[in-house]
Unconditional design. Structure first.
Length: 129
């Protein structure tokens, strides 16, 4: 197991124990779970040198049925890997924590979710203040 994979496992374990993430680990609460996961990642980012970036992603699972999850980018300095974290899951498909390259098809073709757009706006406003 590579250093990046170990770090990803540790991050997943941390999120699976986080009180808010646990509370929102239910189908139908994907945006809430994602927000809680991003907040938890904010807490550990400064302590974890492997975390490069993370953001909320959204995909249309079926017409007018959208699903939100987290994309996290980890690096050991030589390699950079993308992982997806979906702690709420989709009805009949379950949750997913793993490499983007092995992700279920319902998590593909995602785009930046409005949570990440909002977070970027807040950061820009903080810098202006």
């Amino acid at each position: 197991m590579s250093q990046i994979e170990k770090q990803f496992d540790e991050i997943c374990t941390y999120l699976k124990k986080d009180e808010l993430c646990v509370r929102f680990s239910k189908i139908g609460f994907c945006r809430n779970w994602t927000g809680a996961a991003l907040a938890a990642l904010d807490k550990i980012k400064t302590k974890n040198k492997f975390i490069v970036d993370y953001e909320a992603r959204e995909t249309e699972v079926s017409p007018c049925y959208f699903h939100t999850f987290v994309l996290i980018i980890l690096s050991d300095g030589d390699n950079e890997l993308n992982y997806l974290m979906d702690g709420a899951g989709v009805a009949g498909l379950g949750t997913y924590f793993g490499p983007e390259s092995s992700a279920p098809t319902h998590l593909s073709n995602s785009q930046l979710d409005q949570i990440s757009r909002y977070r970027k706006l807040i950061e820009e406003n903080k810098k202006k203040s």
